[in-house]
Ligand binder design. Structure first.
Ligand SMILES: [Zn+2]
Length: 309
């Protein structure tokens, strides 16, 4: 064997070795990248009619489904699709307060489907309190009564639980901390001011759901829960206007805002173009701009899912 030939063999062997090593590295990286990384998925549901509504569906790391409110009766179909996509069963359902734009879809799902719901969390005053303090619209008290009837006399009545302040509810990798409950002493804007306020903790992120919290219960949050208010993500109170004051958002100081807000409300449009209404959404939007919020996720733009690591 001459020297040239020996050198050639060496070069070929060396090249094959290098190629093998590269392919091992590539296969390793590829298989790692393909491995499903477990995350929590939080979806803000769109308004399926022109009405304002609020609904969130969460998928935990190990595929448990949690629902917060759910929207009006006309939003039911979309919510059912989401529940079915996530396995067809609700592990836990939080109802923030008995207003039809929050619990309408819940009523229909309990009454008209067999979808299993394992835990239902509420914060409720007595029915007589809502009769005296709640109603702002003619039909409202009938809707509250329907809600009371369903949670007391239907297939789910045994799994309904009243939450308490500072309760921690652990669901898979998530912790739901109850930082606000009913406030029977606040009778102005009563039903909204008795909204449940939830702080959800994932491994690295926090989300505050303010529901329809108004100015008065917002002040109570600032007084009693100021150390808990900082969060990465916030659901804007009362659909983005006439909810809590700017101070509450300053204390939360979020990076992302979730707006359960239809088109007309986002643009303050009473039907005659932008800014023709007297809603306060534009003022709230300005507050959040000042806080340098990075992202606004708005109900008018459709169902939107964010992943929480
Ligand atoms: Zn509402």
């Amino acid at each position: 064997m001459n020297n040239n030939r020996r050198n050639n063999i060496k070069i070929v062997t060396f090249s094959i070795l290098i190629l093998l090593m590269i392919s091992f590295v590539v296969v390793y990286i590829f298989s790692k990248g393909n491995k499903e990384i477990k995350t929590t998925k939080l979806t803000q549901l769109k308004n399926n009619t022109n009405r304002q509504m609020m609904g969130y569906i969460i998928k935990t790391e190990n595929d448990n489904t949690v629902v917060i409110d759910g929207g009006t009766k006309d939003d039911t179909e979309n919510l059912i699709q989401w529940i079915n996509q996530q396995g067809g069963e609700v592990h836990s359902w939080f109802i923030t307060h008995p207003h039809i734009d929050h619990m309408g879809a819940f009523l229909k799902i309990v009454e008209e489907t067999e979808i299993p719901i394992n835990h239902i969390y509420v914060t409720l005053n007595d029915l007589t309190w809502y009769e005296k303090n709640g109603p702002t619209e003619a039909n409202e008290i009938n809707e509250v009564k329907e809600f009371f009837d369903v949670i007391q006399n239907s297939r789910i009545s045994r799994v309904v639980q009243e939450v308490y302040l500072d309760q921690n509810i652990e669901i898979d990798n998530l912790n739901f901390e109850i930082i606000g409950v009913k406030n029977p002493e606040i009778i102005n804007n009563g039903n909204n001011n008795s909204s449940m306020v939830i702080k959800m903790h994932s491994d690295t992120k926090t989300v505050i759901f303010l529901a329809d919290t108004g100015e008065e219960s917002g002040k109570k949050l600032l007084e009693n829960q100021s150390d808990k208010l900082k969060a990465n993500i916030v659901q804007m109170a009362h659909h983005g206007q006439n909810g809590v004051t700017e101070d509450v958002y300053k204390a939360i100081n979020p990076e992302i805002c979730l707006w359960p807000t239809p088109d007309w409300l986002w643009n303050n449009d009473s039907g005659e173009g932008e800014d023709s209404g007297d809603w306060k959404t534009k003022i709230t939007r300005e507050w959040m701009n000042k806080l340098n919020v990075k992202k606004n996720i708005i109900g008018k733009d459709g169902d939107q899912t964010i992943e929480l690591p």
